[in-house]
Design a protein around this ligand. Structure first.
Ligand code: HH2
Length: 289
């Protein structure tokens, strides 16, 4: 009953490889930033960050998503050299330990360097606005996660407006996906960008529409972990204390066909997905093929 999801790589040599999994899988969030909204500044050294990432992979994360720039609303941009200095040693350390890494960056130069350091996937929260990002992913032959964002991190929560949020976000993601595939990117993941230029109601509508996005045939990623809308709904001000609310949003998305859930708390989500999978009578979160 559970859908099989698939990502493809062609590599620089055009040698095709595929990763297949059934049901929702987990992507662990590893922010090596001093100012991320929920876990900023919590990792003191490269060794700490690598150890946390290895722990996420051992707890069942299919990928560990390494980011060096906070995209929280109002965050100050970092220079590319600062972003590189933060992420590269961690990407190298994780890759050397056999952990599959995605690089969470809006900058093509950072993505390119992280791919050279061993990252396997690019996660672009600016949704391939920069054509250079498509060129980098196509040349390296790696999948890209396309995230919808209205505005940029400095402006995105200043009164986001849509006439039809689900229609506009899907149209954007599908157009970007087609552009990427046409340019030679081997496969894409689409992500509605929870909290990126969205009101509470927009976020809820987009999570409700997970099935519609999954119906496009592209794997769908949902990232609700510890986000502001969970705080608004639950009255929990401290992001680290929003696990229970985050789980509810992610299980709802999982039930509607999400392929990847981007989470800070991997083990708790693995437990929840195991029980959900057993109840549905299908294995869940497992990697196959
Ligand atoms: N959300 C954040 C960052 N990257 N990538 C994808 N694909 N989807 C998301 O929803 C997403 C993302 C923001 O969350 P976080 O990394 O926890 O915080 P910060 O940007 O402050 O580092």
């Amino acid at each position: 009953m559970d859908v099989v999801h698939r990502l493809s790589w062609t590599g620089r040599t055009q040698e095709r490889s595929e990763l297949e999994w059934t049901g929702p899988a987990l992507v662990g969030v590893l922010n090596v930033t001093p100012d991320s909204f929920s876990d900023g500044g919590s990792l003191d050294s490269v060794e700490d960050a690598v150890a946390v990432g290895v722990g996420m992979a051992e707890a069942g994360a299919l990928f560990v998503d390494v980011g060096g720039e906070s995209t929280r609303p109002g965050a100050a941009p970092v220079t590319e050299s600062e972003e590189l200095a933060r992420v590269l040693p961690v990407v190298e350390g994780l890759s050397a330990r056999g952990v599959r890494v995605s690089i969470d960056s809006r900058h093509a130069a950072v993505a390119e360097a992280a791919l050279a350091a061993g990252a396997a996937v690019v996660n672009d929260v600016s949704g391939l606005r920069d054509a250079e990002m498509i060129a980098v992913c196509a040349a390296a032959g790696v999948p890209v996660v396309i995230v919808h964002m209205q505005g940029d991190p400095q402006t995105l929560q200043l009164g986001p407006t849509y006439e039809d949020v689900v229609g506009e976000v899907s149209e954007y993601l599908l157009e970007a996906a087609e552009r990427a595939l046409a340019a030679g990117v081997p496969s894409v993941v689409i992500d509605p960008g929870i909290g990126f230029g969205k009101t509470l109601e927009h976020n809820l509508e987009l999570i409700r529409a997970t099935g519609r996005l999954a119906g496009t045939g592209h794997p769908v990623m949902v990232g609700a972990s510890r986000k502001g809308f969970v705080g608004r709904l639950t009255g929990v001000a401290e992001p680290r204390d929003r696990l229970a609310g985050s789980l509810a949003a992610h299980l709802y998305a999982a039930e509607r066909g999400a392929a990847l859930l981007r989470v800070h708390d991997v083990d708790a989500h693995r437990q929840a997905l195991s029980v959900l999978g057993a109840l549905r009578g299908a294995s869940s979160g497992g990697e196959g093929g």
